[in-house]
Design a protein. Structure first.
Length: 371
């Protein structure tokens, strides 16, 4: 592209300013791009295009848009990444970035984007779910490749990899994704059946799941398993019904009188993300039991929507809030949390879970909440 040709369309003062900026950028020492560079470029370009569409009637010099976009990209390539929060990107930009970041084997690598590769199955599952939400199935080939990759990861005992904490999150989230996608991107039925069999062997006699045997269960891992079992029952896996009912009974027994939930039974720990996850699990998984739905709605009433400036960004917490508030019928409150997630930025390294999944985690969860 001949940048000078586009700059000639500007008045002399603006053209001189552009030349000055370009000269300074060319003289600057190159910096190693951050792992979120591609996402930042896509989000910036999407935001510019959105603004142009809104103001097209007032921009007689739209021919200079290509030059402006080139300067934006050149700037992002040469300036160091700063920890300041980026402008609110669009959820569609996250989907474009996720699609472009898929590995050749169909997975997504957290380690390439600031996270921990031990969570590759779970992050691949979340990314596939996000892409499946796109309109017109435009990312269907990406989702198909992801489902095939996840099926190939499954071990002989039905698990999806990892140890302790990683094992149970990888397994519950991956099973949830495969069961959710089964209606339109089916993996072989035996893959889900083996996954269910593994869940049954690890469910405690009380009905929960935890990182170790003998604790009875913890509410976070159990809530994710309830999501997976709920999806399986809806897809016709009848064997999931009994463990689902046991798990719902366990969650119900962990809820305190004020509507909050204990991490373990009797634990004093309180957590908004935990409360939201459990509320959503009870409302959706317990749809056939009015008392469980009412309990979940009672728990959702305590969820706050106003941002707390003293608390770190937390896409996991806010994603859970959106799920619970929508399920409870509080769409307006859910929209407030969605807006905050977008404002925080899809590649915000300040998020407390960034070290777990990096930009993949924040992008996938924000996109899922937005859609």
């Amino acid at each position: 592209m001949d940048l000078n040709t586009h700059l000639d369309e500007l008045d002399p003062a603006e053209a001189a300013a552009f030349h000055k900026v370009i000269g300074r950028l060319r003289s600057a020492q190159e910096q190693t791009p951050s792992t979120a560079l591609a996402l930042r470029i896509i989000a910036a370009a999407a935001a510019v295009r959105h603004s142009q569409m809104r103001h097209r009637a007032y921009w007689p010099w739209l021919g200079t848009a290509a030059a402006a976009a080139a300067v934006i990209v050149f700037t992002l390539l040469h300036l160091p990444h700063t920890p300041s929060a980026p402008a609110a990107p669009l959820a569609d930009a996250a989907l474009q970035w996720l699609a472009s970041s898929q590995e050749a084997d169909g997975t997504w690598s957290p380690a390439r984007h600031g996270g921990a590769d031990t969570y590759r199955p779970a992050l691949t599952a979340l990314a596939a779910l996000a892409l499946a939400e796109a309109a017109d199935g435009q990312y269907a080939p990406h989702v198909r490749r992801a489902c095939d990759a996840l099926a190939s990861m499954q071990s002989a005992d039905g698990a999806f990899g990892g140890e302790n904490r990683e094992l149970y999150y990888n397994h519950a989230i991956t099973t949830f994704a495969l069961a959710s996608l089964y209606a339109h991107t089916p993996c072989p039925r035996p893959v889900i059946e083996r996954s269910l069999a593994f869940m049954l062997t690890r469910q405690s006699p009380e009905g929960g799941w935890d990182y170790e045997d003998g604790t009875g269960g913890n509410a976070a891992v159990t809530a994710w398993h309830v999501r997976a079992l709920t999806c399986m029952t809806r897809q016709g896996f009848a064997e999931a019904d009994i463990p689902l009912r046991k798990a719902l009974r366990w969650l119900r027994g962990t809820v305190r009188e004020d509507g909050s939930i204990a991490y373990h039974r009797g634990s004093p720990v309180r957590s908004e993300s935990l409360n939201a996850l459990a509320a959503y699990a009870l409302i959706t998984g317990g749809a056939d039991y009015p008392q469980l739905v009412a309990l979940g709605q009672h728990m959702a009433e305590a969820i706050t929507t106003a941002p707390d400036p003293t608390v770190a960004a937390d896409c996991y917490r806010d994603y859970a809030k959106v799920l619970a508030l929508d399920a409870a019928g509080a769409a307006h409150a859910a929209d407030k949390v969605r807006a905050r997630m977008l404002d925080c930025g899809l590649a915000d390294s300040r998020d407390q879970w960034h070290k777990v999944g990096g930009s993949l985690y924040t992008s996938a969860l924000t996109s899922l909440a937005a859609h």
